[in-house]
Ligand binder design. Structure first.
Ligand code: URA
Length: 274
């Protein structure tokens, strides 16, 4: 490598590290030009994408807006990883609500420590309780298809729930169980600071937004959780029972991709299964 190229590589490396640091500090957008840009309403302003490898068999996703791609530094900030591990330990030791009594495993959630998108569901089911992992049963398989259709892998997003323990017989979590568990989710969001949250179903909407509005009314509408845009959409379990609603859910996920400044790939997998 020539001295000029080596110097340039050094500058790029430093710039990447700096941008990674800015993101860790909560910076979500960088101006790229001295020319004034037309103001975009907050609700539709695209967010800067983080570089994302194309899923196997898929072409790379290119941003549709003139924005600086933010490349994450190669490894996550150690503080976040350590803090997430500490949080998972606290979840495992939690006995605040009755759900601890019948659990096999706690399910803190899993995924990228620096996700662009965080998915929040309701609570673990039987498969999740058995494995200690969120969304690994039938609903999880559909969620995986949705994530892949968006051009991500499961490892590139973060998947969590409002409640970290399985409610008996898969009943909905009670308000006091949600209240007991919510501080864990709030800490996860603060540590991960995702660019966007997708709230999967009515319980996620109630927990995150404290909204009593039905998911049918609220889905597809941008909401806000402490400055982070939230897109409510249908829970994958509902979509398994009502396949035609997948088209609405896909429209919601396309709005997410648009907000991220990413091109929306065609919906293929689920259409076949619909
Ligand atoms: N349903 C949820 O809401 N979360 C899971 O992890 C699995 C099923």
């Amino acid at each position: 490598m020539s001295a000029k190229r080596a110097a340039l590589a050094g500058v790029v490396k430093d710039l990447r590290a700096h941008i990674g640091h800015l993101r860790d500090e909560g910076v979500q957008a960088l101006e790229t030009s001295a020319r004034p840009r037309a103001k975009v309403p907050a609700a539709s302003k695209p967010l800067p994408p983080r570089a994302t490898a194309a899923a196997p068999g898929q072409s790379a996703i290119t941003p549709t807006a003139p924005i600086v791609p933010i490349t994450p530094s190669s490894s996550p900030p150690p503080a976040t990883t350590a803090a997430m591990q500490q949080l998972a330990k606290e979840v495992a030791a939690c006995r605040i609500c009755v759900l601890h009594a019948k659990r096999t495993h706690t399910v803190p959630g899993q995924g990228s420590p620096r996700p662009q998108v965080m998915f929040v569901g309701e609570a673990p089911g039987a498969d999740e309780d058995a494995q200690g992992l969120a969304f690994v049963g039938r609903s999880g398989q559909l969620l995986t298809q949705m994530i892949i259709a968006m051009g991500f892998t499961r490892e590139q997003v973060f998947i969590a729930n409002i409640c970290k323990c399985r409610p008996p017989d898969n009943r909905q979590p009670l308000p006091e169980e949600m209240t007991a568990c919510l501080p864990f989710l709030r800490r996860q969001i603060a540590l991960l600071h995702p660019a966007l949250i997708v709230a999967l179903g009515a319980t996620a909407v109630k927990g995150l937004l404290n909204s009593t509005q039905g998911i049918t009314k609220l889905r597809g509408t941008w909401c806000d959780f402490e400055g982070i845009p939230v897109m409510p959409t249908y829970h994958p379990a509902y979509l398994l029972r009502n396949p035609p609603a997948k088209h609405e859910a896909w429209a919601d996920l396309q709005a997410v991709l648009k907000r991220l400044g990413r091109a929306a790939p065609a919906w293929t997998q689920t259409r076949k299964g619909a």
